[in-house]
Design a protein around this ligand. Structure first.
Ligand code: ADP
Length: 231
């Protein structure tokens, strides 16, 4: 709880400093993007300069994505919880990543208990968490493997447990304490925001997220969500 509090305080301080600045950066980025788009459209596809401009466009999009994620992180977690069928959320997400998994030689396994109670949650935010965890899992399995998603109620029936497990490269112990820290990444093109946002969303839901991992074997993220947060 103290680590979570520290993280929340750090994020709040960071957010105050950065949110205003970020809004100011966004406007020029948007106009630059518009003009580059105009230039790109004048070049025929396959033209060398068109390729350069497309790279510029996708880099601007990447910058915007980082800004969007950062703004999300710096905002207080306001959401409207509704009775959410997490089984349905899992099915939706697995459908979205099915093709990508097949292309990467990754087997998708879903083990959903039949008796999972609805939880008070924001389904879009839970989807975002699942997508972040699954993207990380895919990136941890460059030569294929297995992704398992499990969903079951805990023994007392007060919580629902959601697990995302991969057979990937694993996480070295010295990185454990940095997981969920904004901008912590070991990837060349990583932003280090995926887990920070996911941890934040689960905290906002008054849930818990934990990780077990073994190098060379794989990683499991376990999320526990209260059926009725605040009770
Ligand atoms: P990013 O994916 O942009 O690096 P994240 O916040 O999603 O940012 O992840 C932070 C870091 O945590 C990753 O760079 C990676 O080192 C580690 N990580 C997260 N999930 C996994 C996983 N399933 N397997 C191995 N490493 C992981």
């Amino acid at each position: 709880p103290t680590a979570a509090l520290e993280r929340a305080e750090k994020l709040a301080a960071m957010g105050k400093l950065a949110a205003g600045l970020i809004h100011e950066i966004r406007n020029p980025l948007t106009s630059v993007r518009g003009f580059i788009q105009l230039l790109a459209e004048k070049k025929p596809p396959g033209d060398r300069e068109r390729e350069y401009l497309d790279v510029v466009l996708s880099e601007i999009d990447r910058a915007n994505e980082i800004i969007r994620n950062f703004l999300y992180l710096s905002r207080a977690g306001k959401f409207r919880p509704v009775a959410t069928d997490l089984g349905r959320v899992v099915r939706d997400i697995l459908m979205i990543v099915e093709n990508q998994a097949a292309l990467k030689g990754i087997r998708l396994v879903s083990e959903c208990a039949p008796d999972v109670p609805a939880v008070q949650a924001d389904p879009e935010q839970i989807k975002q968490v699942l997508l972040n965890l699954i993207q990380n899992a895919f990136q941890a399995m460059p030569c294929g493997g297995q992704l398992t998603v499990r969903l079951y109620p805990d023994a007392a029936g007060k919580n629902v447990v959601l697990e995302v497990e991969d057979t990937g490269v694993g996480i070295p112990p010295e990185h454990f304490s940095h997981l969920g820290e904004a901008f912590f990444t070991t990837k060349e093109d990583g932003t280090g925001l995926g887990l920070a946002i996911s941890y934040r969303i689960i905290e906002d839901h008054q849930g818990k997220i934990s990780v077990q991992s073994e190098e060379g074997k794989g990683t499991r993220f376990t999320i526990t969500l209260p059926v009725n947060p605040g009770q």
